[in-house]
Design a protein around this ligand. Structure first.
Ligand code: C2G
Length: 486
């Protein structure tokens, strides 16, 4: 039996509160609107959940202290745009070690922060954070319809703690430690749902909706990967799962708003008619900015942004999307296509058993190892079956690159050898050794990040394929040192 405080008495907050009471927990719910509290106390029902009775044991309060102090779990179920302000007001009553789960989906427009990052910024240091996200219409959860959801946190222990409190015979909770990935999915899928609604409103059918879901997921994955999130998150409940339920359901407010817009109702009027928060509209500015910041093309999201902000009509936006130049389904640039193609070829070769060992080599300092390096090593390995990493020695770094590493060669070597993509680590002692390395190690493919594009083309004379892969844009050792220095 846990005691839970839920901030926000909208449909989602009420549905979660009801579920937690059924699980045997004590629930106190807070709202910023006194009149809403009074109506809930009197009627024990919520206007958007007809026929759903709110359990008598749920206490409603206007005091954040009463809702938060000493609770085993605090759930933020206020609309995404009120999370920061609510957290700021609740801060004095939430202490380090308490568990806080965000159930709102969205990305803050001004800061591009996910809501867990907003909570991290506003709440007392040491508060344990998690998010709840997945294909979960409140209208169905409130009626005990079977549902699956993700409890994501930076560590498995906190995700498990939330899982234990919410798990029930009708509400199956999965844990995930890619919290930011889960949050990005939760925010972006609402925009794709707007697009699906617009398509329906224009009289388009299931084909168009399936195309929007599929290509919408591809946009989400591209942006997420550029942001260092896990691919598996996007094909999971918070990505694919939530996309399907939001794009194909009459319950979805984003879909409903899109449908009205597709019928020709001006966006602002359509949102007013839906009468509840349309999170897809709130998420648009951040999604467009993130796409620009990470250099990821988001055609569907950009089209929705143009329609919602009145720069173009729904029909024109759809025509423009359809008339774009033909594309491969594979990810964008040459390196990525080579990488995807290689995965397909490798898998085929392995399946047909005539897999001769394809060997790949790459060079680097890999000091303060970070996910940009991992992205590079993962894609390099995908180009073959065996990856040799040639690691700059401390002397080479100092003499040739003027770099003094934070970790010694031995330490950096140990780190690299622990990575599952890496098969062998050998020392880089000079610039010239590449010509001999590729023969000594029978290399098929040489790989470097595209900050070195063109610099090693001469290796093609040695019969080696040379591939430059896109760097991960926003992370670098220099950046890490600068940030740590602040
Ligand atoms: N990398 C990346 N994305 C980042 C940072 C690095 O893809 N955000 C790639 C680089 O392009 C390089 C590899 O990770 O392919 C290792 O990066 P560094 O350790 O910075 O390597 P560097 O100092 O460039 O040394 O003889 C070649 C040199 O040894 C390369």
């Amino acid at each position: 039996m846990s005691s839970v405080g839920i901030l926000g008495t909208g449909t989602w907050g009420i549905a979660l509160g009801r579920l937690l009471v059924q699980n045997g927990h004590g629930v106190t719910m807070w709202s910023a609107l006194p009149e809403e509290l009074e109506a809930l106390r009197q009627n024990r029902s919520q206007k958007n959940l007809p026929g759903v009775t709110i359990p008598e044991s749920i206490r409603f309060t206007a005091s954040l202290e009463e809702a938060c102090a000493g609770r085993d779990l605090i759930v933020f179920a206020v609309p995404s745009i009120y999370v920061r302000e609510t957290a700021r007001r609740a801060r004095p009553f939430i202490s380090a070690g308490q568990l806080v789960a965000d159930a709102a989906k969205g990305i803050e427009a001004q800061t591009l922060m996910t809501l867990s990052e907003v909570l991290r910024q506003e709440l007392t240091p040491g508060v344990r954070l998690a998010v709840l996200s997945g294909p979960t219409h409140a209208e169905e959860v409130a009626r005990d319809r079977l549902t699956a959801i993700v409890a994501a946190a930076d560590n498995e222990e906190d995700a498990k703690a939330v899982q234990a409190i919410f798990m029930s015979p009708t509400f199956r909770v999965y844990t995930n430690t890619d919290m930011r990935g889960a949050e990005l999915c939760g925010a972006l899928k609402n925009i794709i749902a707007l697009a699906a609604g617009i398509s329906d409103g224009l009289g388009q059918g299931d084909n168009a909706r399936a195309a929007l879901i599929t290509r919408g997921l591809a946009e989400m994955e591209r942006l997420g990967q550029a942001m260092g999130m896990l691919e598996s998150t996007f094909s999971g409940l918070t990505g694919m799962g939530d996309l399907i339920v939001t794009c194909t359901s009459r319950h979805s407010r984003n879909h409903r708003a899109g449908d009205l817009i597709g019928q020709g109702i001006p966006p602002r009027e359509a949102i007013r008619q839906v009468g509840m928060v349309v999170e897809g509209v709130n998420a648009l500015p951040a999604a467009v900015k993130l796409g620009q910041q990470y250099g990821v093309e988001l055609p569907i999201i950009s089209a929705v942004d143009a329609v919602v902000n009145g720069r173009t009509g729904p029909a024109e936006a759809v025509r423009a999307l359809m008339l774009r130049e033909g594309r491969s389904e594979m990810p964008r640039d040459a390196g990525e296509v080579a990488y995807e193609q290689a995965i397909v070829e490798n898998a085929t070769r392995q399946r047909t058993g005539d897999a001769e060992m394809k060997r790949v080599i790459t060079y680097g300092t890999f000091d303060l190892l970070h996910y940009g390096h991992i992205n590079l090593l993962r894609r390099a390995k995908a180009l073959g079956d065996y990856l040799v990493v040639v690691l700059s020695t401390d002397e080479f770094n100092w003499r040739e690159k003027g770099k003094r590493c934070y970790f010694t060669y031995e330490q950096r070597k140990a780190l690299l050898e622990s990575i599952r993509y890496v098969d062998l680590v050998i020392p880089e002692e000079n610039w010239e050794q590449k010509r001999t390395d590729v023969h000594e190690y029978h290399i098929d493919t040489f790989v470097m990040g595209d900050d070195w594009a063109g610099k090693f083309d001469f290796l093609r004379e040695e019969g080696v394929e040379v591939v430059y892969l896109p760097r991960t844009p926003e992370i670098s050792t220099t950046q890490i040192k600068k940030d740590l220095g602040k």
